[in-house]
Design a binder for this molecule. Structure first.
Ligand code: F0G
Length: 461
């Protein structure tokens, strides 16, 4: 029996039609897109699980906020509303809006990292890795072993391997560790949460070695939900109380607000108390993003974000949201399709290595599966595996990802139970013909963040 679907804690006021296509049409469209799902026209996609980023549905309150947006260049009331909301939730003294998560990374990373330094993370997301590497520093992932075992349950597979982190600090010397980056939830490991205990420990070690801890906070609310429901001592705490404690184990945060803050564009930088660091952030924001009080966003965006931050930490909403992942997960379990178990907060990560064992990493099994899902039912997903990893910047060789996932990222408050059933049914059909599925090769690629724009073709053996 699959898990009971948690009914939506909202009703639908506006609908957006989506187009049905035939299999033949989809075979043609994906070929035209050079087998890169980012190159498809969104209108040719039936269920779009490419990302949960900026794809959520705003609430009626947020839309009302849009109309109240103050578009003053400087000192807009929407800016102050955002500061009030963010300071109240995170407990940080300084908050700087920017236009999205990678903008926050662009502003912050060069202040801490440079040639010869390293950043240690429980796992860098690809844009975070890119911004670390763009400073000349080296990005090292240091996730716990359990993350690599997709079939065995562990409550916090996103955790940092603290012992290894200590070894790395010793090996490289603490003065060369420019930052420790805690990604919550750990997207690359499968949207897996990080425990409070782990955050606390990492922070303690970092402080002993005088290293700055950056929280990559894109999915902070989902992480807090997992702490509440899985970690001893947190059952009776509110999500907000948990968030406050989580952020007390960081010095700076960078956030893509396009995820848990349920807006279509936006990002934040938070600085706990260091005024000098904030001043440097402000200068760089003005150069790259715009004046301090809008940071690359319009007043209406700031207003929607101020409201979304609070909606994102509502327990009933989070219970429904994570319930959607659990529903998909339980249906996949019934069908013996492997995925990063337990399910993550924002997505279900299907284990493509297990489903398509005949395809080696350098022929991109997770990308192959994503292409099949499109052909099968018009579902758009993405590779989080070797295809997403750029070639090694030093040797130029294809890197092998430890995990080959096809990610089904679920937009917030957008799809219904029946949509989720279409997705699972498509995977079941693909499983039946899995042995016939082939790998891909890249025919063109840029140097960094290649998965967005590179071109591929099927390998005919
Ligand atoms: N950090 C994490 C953990 C992310 O997942 C993302 C984006 C970013 C930073 C960058 O934020 O897109 O606003 O510039 N993740 C999206 C995804 C793109 O699909 O997982 P951004």
């Amino acid at each position: 029996m699959s898990k009971k679907y948690v009914a939506e804690p909202f009703k639908i006021k506006m609908v957006e039609p989506i187009k049905m296509t035939t299999r033949e049409e989809r075979i043609e469209k994906i070929k035209e897109a050079n087998y890169n799902l980012f190159a498809l026209k969104a209108e040719d996609v039936y269920i779009d699980l490419l990302t949960d980023s900026g794809t959520g549905a705003m609430s009626s309150t947020q839309w009302a906020g849009i109309m109240l947006g103050d578009e003053s260049y400087s000192g807009a009331s929407s800016y102050f509303n955002l500061l009030d909301s963010a300071k109240d939730i995170f407990g940080y003294k300084y908050i700087q809006p920017v236009h999205q998560g990678r903008a926050a990374e662009k502003v912050v990373m060069p202040l801490l990292l440079s040639e010869g330094k390293i950043a240690i993370s429980n796992m860098h997301f690809d844009t975070t890795r890119a911004h670390v590497e763009l400073t000349g520093a080296k990005a090292i992932d240091c996730v716990v072993e359990e993350a690599l075992d997709t079939t065995t349950y562990a409550p916090f597979k996103g955790n940092m391997d603290v012992e290894r982190m200590k070894e790395l600090i010793n090996e490289y010397k603490s003065e060369n560790v420019g930052a420790i980056i805690m990604t919550i939830t750990n997207n690359t490991a499968g949207g897996q949460p990080v425990s409070m205990e782990n955050m606390r420990e990492v922070y303690k070690v970092a402080k002993e070695s005088n290293i700055t801890v950056i929280i990559d906070a894109a999915r902070f609310a989902e992480n807090a939900y997992f702490i509440k429901t899985r970690e001893d001592g947190y059952k009776d705490k509110t999500i907000k109380e948990i968030v406050r404690e989580m952020f007390s184990y960081g010095d700076v945060f960078t956030m893509s607000s396009k995820k848990d803050a349920i807006v279509n564009i936006g990002g934040l930088i938070g600085i706990r108390d260091e005024e000098e660091f904030y001043n440097a952030v402000k200068s760089r924001t003005i150069s790259f993003e715009g004046f301090v009080s809008y940071g690359g966003l319009s007043g209406r965006d700031l207003e929607a974000l101020a409201i979304g931050l609070n909606e994102g930490i509502n327990f009933d909403y989070l219970n429904y949201r994570i319930g959607q992942m659990e529903y998909i997960g339980s249906r996949l379990e019934e069908e013996n399709i492997s995925f990063q178990y337990p399910v993550g907060g924002h997505a279900v990560f299907v284990d493509a290595k297990k489903l398509l064992p005949q395809i080696p990493y350098y022929e991109f099994p997770a990308q192959s599966l994503a292409i099949e899902l499109y052909i099968e039912a018009g579902i758009r997903s993405c590779d989080i595996g070797s295809y997403m990893l750029d070639n090694d910047p030093v040797t130029g060789e294809q890197r092998e990802a430890e995990l080959e996932f096809t990610r089904l990222a679920i937009p917030r408050r957008v799809y219904t139970q029946a949509h989720l059933d279409v997705v699972v049914d498509a995977l079941v059909s693909i499983k039946e013909r899995a042995h016939e599925i082939k790998g891909y090769e890249i025919t063109w690629q840029p140097k960094v963040l290649r998965h967005f724009t590179s071109k591929l073709k099927p390998i005919d053996k």
